[in-house]
Design a protein around this ligand. Structure first.
Ligand SMILES: Cc1cc2nc3c(=O)[nH]c(=O)nc-3n(C[C@H](O)[C@H](O)[C@H](O)COP(=O)(O)O)c2cc1C
Length: 364
């Protein structure tokens, strides 16, 4: 059955430029972020109720739901409590960089509706670590786990990346339940070179140093375009450096197997592709990480999660949590509730007591 969002709201939103539609949607969420009454109204309308069998304990944190919001949706840290009210277990705010930056020129976000996908080259538009700190200080998380995703400022040279990440970590560490070192966006020149173990290790150490003894779980976020050996190398690094986990994956540079005409896709230009076409590759990366590190290195799965079955696939491949971004655009604000309900139903149908028993079950 199609929801009200899919019948009425989405067609209206899709007449707008994609970034404009995001701004319209987030205006309401920003209000709810700041108002407890509005959040109660959201909860009542969406009708979300926690299911204890779905709660997850991962890197020392309790997630009410395994369905979380991926980085890039709440870039300014001004929506997370509203997203919590929609039933998400965690919100990863950012990417935040040490310096405020405008990102790339618009248009920089494009829908491929027939593919249930988007292409973006936002380029880390964000208010910078100082403004993000003020936003985070103003509103304590209300029952939602708060992740902070850090990136490198565009003005900072690649070799100075460790200091740039560390400057953000120093400011934002006190507010983060967990922190993610993002070295996998395709929209900051050279950033993905930082995924090599030699470049990544000094960043991890600098960020940890900046956290000044605070036990903030630290993760890295990787691209789906890494070769298998590089995925293994990141898993090994995560274990050696005692990282709390790995977020897999960011958007892809690939444009394979799309329904949209090749010329239309080419006209959109450079950027990362997300949504349904990314699903299988992202799950394959999760499975690879699991085979390499198993439960020693928890995985947060992202890439083309729209339904409970998509989420289940990632959990069974080895993810302990899943994140959505593009699914929110296509499925609407009930997506966290709908996926949670579907996971609960499938759990009981397949005879699992708790969702954590599903993690990695595809390998058994
Ligand atoms: C418009 C847009 C902006 C994004 N911005 C960021 C970002 O700032 N930092 C980041 O780590 N990932 C960012 N991502 C990637 C998502 O967090 C996620 O890893 C990816 O989109 C795959 O999930 P999905 O298929 O559910 O969208 C962005 C994705 C989209 C669509």
């Amino acid at each position: 059955m199609r929801t009200l969002y899919q019948r009425a709201v989405r067609p209206a939103m899709f007449t707008l430029d994609a970034e404009r539609a995001h701004e319209v949607a987030t205006r309401g969420l920003a209000l709810a972020h700041r108002s407890q009454t509005a959040r109660a109204a959201l909860r009542a309308t969406i009708g979300h109720r926690d299911d204890d069998a779905l709660a997850m304990e991962v890197f020392g944190l309790r997630f009410r739901s395994p369905v979380c919001v991926a980085a890039g949706f709440d870039k300014r840290a001004e929506l997370y409590n509203a997203l919590g009210a929609l039933g998400f277990g965690a919100v990863e705010v950012g990417t935040i960089t040490a310096h405020a930056q405008p990102g790339n020129e618009r248009p920089r976000l494009f829908r491929l509706a027939d593919d249930r996908a988007v292409i973006n080259r936002m380029g880390f538009n964000n208010p910078g670590a100082e403004a993000a700190e003020a936003a985070l200080r103003a509103h304590k998380p209300d029952g939602v786990v708060l992740g902070v995703n850090l990136g490198k400022s565009k003005v900072t040279a690649l070799e100075d990346a460790p200091d740039d990440y560390a400057a953000s970590a120093r400011r934002l560490g006190p507010y983060a339940d967990y922190m993610v070192i993002n070295v996998s966006s395709p929209n900051t020149p050279g950033l993905r070179a930082l995924q090599s173990v030699d470049a990544l290790r000094p960043i991890v150490r600098a960020v940890r140093g900046a956290l000044d003894g605070r036990a903030v779980p630290l993760l890295v976020k990787i691209a789906p375009d890494l070769a298998d050996e590089d995925v293994d190398a990141v898993a090994d690094l995560a274990w050696e450096e005692r990282l709390a986990g790995i977020v897999a994956t960011n958007t892809t540079l690939s444009r394979d197997a799309l329904r949209a005409p090749a010329e239309a896709v080419a006209a959109m230009g450079a950027g990362g592709l997300s949504g349904a076409p990314l699903r299988a590759r992202s799950t394959a990366v999760i499975a690879r990480l699991w085979r390499r590190a198993g439960a020693r290195v928890p995985i947060v799965g992202a890439g083309g999660v729209f339904t409970a079955d998509d989420a289940w696939e990632k959990l069974a491949a080895g993810a302990s949590l899943v994140q959505v971004y593009t699914g929110f655009i296509y499925e609407g604000p009930t997506i966290a509730r709908d996926i949670a309900r579907g996971l609960g139903a499938r759990l009981r149908r397949e005879g699992f007591a708790r969702l954590r028993d599903v993690v990695g079950s595809a390998h058994r």
